[in-house]
Design a protein around this ligand. Structure first.
Ligand SMILES: O=C(O)CCC(=O)C(=O)O
Ligand SMILES: [Fe+2]
Length: 283
């Protein structure tokens, strides 16, 4: 059965777009692109930290310095988290709150979560470095993030923030979304005995299963540095990449929630630990 999407238009919001309208669209259509939501200067700091982290990790892997077997895989997939950047000394521990406070994203999160007490998990705020010259392992097929996020926390929104110009019409990979509010547990592809990318086979959704439900309702926009795509963790999305995209692209995934999003049974434990949760407000 096709999803009823007639009620709300899908808008791309200009810089300074009304937080209430952006939040409404995320609720109704699952996602929203907002132009110029971030100042460029802290994003440059973040880009430098991520690129430095990835360069160091690649050098360590090449020199056989990494004892952990997953390090090689993470290096070829170009992934990591805020926790890794901070613990490795690439980023200040106060960077996330400094970036967030006073930002357009903070206003949208407040409108969406109806709370001023907002949190993230440093080990769930990821980054990705696509180096098309080194590996194609970093490209993610269609998936829902809900399969790989913390099951104790619901209704998290992700601000996918490119740190390089990217997407349609540029030489660097962007992101493509289904412009619909999706529900959890969309059927996943059965690979049988074959594999496309071992790291992502278990979350991969087949385009042929998406189209009968949502139609040909995909959006792959062009992004400038400062723009973002905010989406719920159930929205189906993938890396948008074409053969002529040969330039690197780094992005950051800022996943934010309020205490109401945490399952009641573990709320007290999580809220009591600054290791598990990172408050995005000053108490
Ligand atoms: O940046 C990409 O190519 C994919 C990122 C992604 O899937 C995500 O942010 O959840
Ligand atoms: Fe994702």
């Amino acid at each position: 059965m096709a999803w009823d999407q007639a009620a709300t238009a899908y808008d791309i919001f200009p810089k300074g777009g009304d937080p209430g309208s952006v939040s409404h669209q995320i609720s109704e259509r699952g996602s929203a692109i907002v132009r110029g939501i971030w100042p460029v200067e802290p994003l440059q700091t973040l880009r430098k930290a991520i690129a430095g982290f990835c360069d160091d990790r690649r050098a360590d892997v090449l020199a056989g310095r990494h004892a952990h077997p997953t390090a090689k895989m993470y290096a070829s997939h170009g992934v990591g988290t805020l926790a890794g950047l901070i613990h490795g000394g690439h980023l200040s521990p106060t960077f996330p709150i400094e970036l967030f406070q006073g930002s357009g994203y903070e206003q949208i999160c407040r409108a969406y979560h109806k709370s001023e007490r907002l949190y993230c998990q440093l080990n769930r705020c990821g980054f990705r470095e696509h180096r098309t010259d080194l590996s194609n392992k970093s490209f993610i097929p269609y998936h829902q993030d809900s399969y790989s996020q913390d099951e104790r926390i619901n209704d998290v929104i992700n601000c996918w923030t490119p740190l390089d110009p990217c997407g349609r019409g540029t030489p660097a990979p962007g992101l493509e979304v289904v412009m619909n509010r999706c529900t959890p547990n969309f059927p996943r592809k059965d690979f049988g005995l074959t594999t496309e990318n071992a790291a992502y086979d278990f979350i991969t959704i087949d385009r042929d299963d998406i189209v009968p439900v949502f139609g040909d309702n995909f959006l792959a926009e062009t992004f400038a540095v400062g723009d973002c795509l905010i989406f719920s963790q159930d929205v189906i999305h993938r890396t948008y990449v074409t053969p002529d995209m040969t330039q690197p692209r780094i992005n950051f995934e800022f996943r934010v929630f309020s205490e109401d999003c945490i399952d009641a049974e573990c709320r007290a434990e999580l809220l009591g630990s600054t290791v598990l949760l990172y408050p995005l407000f000053h108490a």
